[in-house]
Write a protein that binds this ligand. Structure first.
Ligand SMILES: Cc1cc2nc3c(=O)[nH]c(=O)nc-3n(C[C@H](O)[C@H](O)[C@H](O)COP(=O)(O)O)c2cc1C
Length: 156
């Protein structure tokens, strides 16, 4: 249940002991954390789990930081809106309406949890049972957010 903190010492020992590629994972929630973990463990790559929840652009930001030393900003609000809306469509078409609407709820939470009034929004959207209604509610939520919303809401 994600209690405790990832420890990288063991990964470092494994990397020393084997000749196959080793990937470091756990609590890599910033580009800097990924860089430090790579340096310390000497692993061949990083894997990001929760950091990408609701932020599918995050692995790309980390890659850019590792390769070029610069972390691009998170996408602006209108792009984030397009990404979540397309993601929802993909979920509905992959899982079907019944499962899709339910699976989408956690993604909607992850995408929106940093935004103002997202708790209130979620209490409404989580009761919706139809893809159309859910999709339109998310669309409206993003459109209603102030377009000049600060970068601190867009980054996490
Ligand atoms: C949504 C989600 C689903 C996951 N599913 C699996 C899984 O099916 N099997 C598994 O071994 N680990 C699974 N994990 C664990 C991750 O692979 C990873 O080891 C863990 O989340 C620690 O990395 P993080 O701190 O970057 O999240 C999952 C993690 C998340 C967030």
């Amino acid at each position: 249940m994600y209690r405790g903190k990832a420890e990288y010492w063991s990964i470092r020992q494994v990397k020393k002991a084997v000749s196959i590629p080793v990937i470091v994972n756990g609590d890599l929630d910033s580009a800097e954390a990924a860089k430090c973990a790579l340096k310390y463990t000497k692993a061949d790559g990083v894997m990001i789990g929760r950091g990408a929840n609701g932020a599918p652009w995050f692995p790309g930001q980390v890659a850019s930081y590792l390769n070029h030393g610069v972390q691009p900003k998170s996408p602006e609000l209108s792009i984030q809106r397009e990404i979540i809306l397309e993601h929802l469509q993909e979920i509905y078409s992959f899982y079907g309406s019944f499962q899709g609407v339910r699976i989408a709820r956690k993604h909607i939470k992850w995408y929106t949890q940093n935004f103002p009034d997202s708790n209130f929004f979620r209490s409404k959207v989580n009761k919706m049972e139809q893809p159309d209604a859910q999709w339109r509610a998310v669309d409206a939520f993003y459109l209603n957010l102030n377009n000049s919303i600060g970068q601190q809401y867009l980054d996490r």
